[in-house]
Design a binder for this molecule. Structure first.
Ligand SMILES: [Zn+2]
Length: 307
């Protein structure tokens, strides 16, 4: 892995950075669950781009990237944007590409910018997710009955194989990472994998401790994603451009490097504040209510717990 350390994650221009930053803010805003707040201003327009064969990415609108797999009779949607408006707009755009009914929805994880748009779903459709994703969505749904129809109707654990009208799909969860119920959808026939929020290019990964996400789990899941099916060439995710194997390997290497540096500073007797300062982590603005620990702090705590 050492030789990959020099291969930095490629950023194609500032537009990508700005988009990634905006997406991050969205994900952060929605991190506590399924709040109903809308973002100010209008979201970027929806755009559907073909990735390969019958696999498409749906960018723009409110919320994270979604994904479309067209079938012989129906369409399969992966994730659901953040607002009912964006969700309905997305279904209308999909019809321009594939005028088939929606056959199934798979949720990659429970964050609101991936699931809250389901409030715009006006028909009974099978919604599939990992069991932990269902459990993470439950408290918000119990508080807000309006959300009850967005709950997954079917769950799996560990691994699930699906034949979607001739397209073979493998759903995998490799343990807690971004949340406790992250699903990676492998499409071996197209050499494509769809991960939820396992890649954030241009910034630190987001790990939801309140949903039992973990740094070591995140690392483990990224490596498992590469190892599970070596033939996969394209990795898609909610807040990053399509990536290749080298970019995923570069992300793993940079995270391992960060962990090693923090470990070294801890062995030198440095405090958490020293380490945060060395990484340029700013203290949260005074009076801010919800405090999400920065990645450096999450790594520090997990190294301490491991000892
Ligand atoms: Zn997320």
């Amino acid at each position: 892995m050492r030789d990959l350390r020099s291969k930095k994650i490629i950023l194609k221009g500032s537009v990508r950075l700005v988009a990634a930053a905006m997406a991050f803010i969205l994900c952060l805003t929605m991190a506590t669950g399924l709040t109903l707040a809308q973002q100010p201003g209008s979201p970027p327009p929806l755009a559907i781009e073909k990735i390969k064969d019958n696999v498409y990415i749906i960018k723009g609108g409110s919320g994270a990237n979604c994904f479309l797999i067209t079938g012989k009779k129906t369409n399969l949607l992966i994730d659901a944007k953040m607002t009912p408006e964006s969700f309905k707009d997305m279904l209308a755009e999909i019809q321009k590409i594939s005028a088939r009914p929606l056959g199934m929805i798979i949720l990659t994880h429970s964050d609101g910018d991936h699931v809250n748009g389901l409030r715009g779903l006006q028909e009974k459709v099978k919604i599939l997710s990992h069991r932990k994703t269902y459990e993470e969505m439950l408290p918000a749904v119990e508080q807000t009955p309006e959300l009850k129809d967005i709950l997954p109707t079917e769950t799996y654990e560990g691994k699930k194989l699906l034949d979607f009208e001739g397209t073979r799909l493998e759903l995998r969860n490799f343990g807690p990472a971004h949340t406790s119920g992250d699903t990676i959808i492998f499409i071996p026939g197209s050499r494509v994998a769809i991960a939820g929020d396992l890649m954030f290019y241009g910034r630190d990964p987001l790990i939801h401790k309140h949903k039992n996400g973990t740094f070591y789990g995140y690392l483990n899941t990224l490596q498992a994603m590469l190892d599970y099916r070596p033939e996969i060439e394209i990795f898609l995710s909610g807040h990053a451009e399509p990536a290749g194997r080298q970019e995923v390997a570069g992300l793993i290497a940079s995270l391992k490097d960060k962990e090693a540096k923090i470990r070294e500073m801890m062995e030198q007797g440095k405090t958490l504040d020293d380490i945060k300062a060395a990484f340029g982590v700013q203290p949260p603005p005074s009076g801010s209510q919800v405090r999400r620990p920065p990645l450096v702090e999450i790594i520090y705590q997990e190294i301490k717990e491991k000892k």
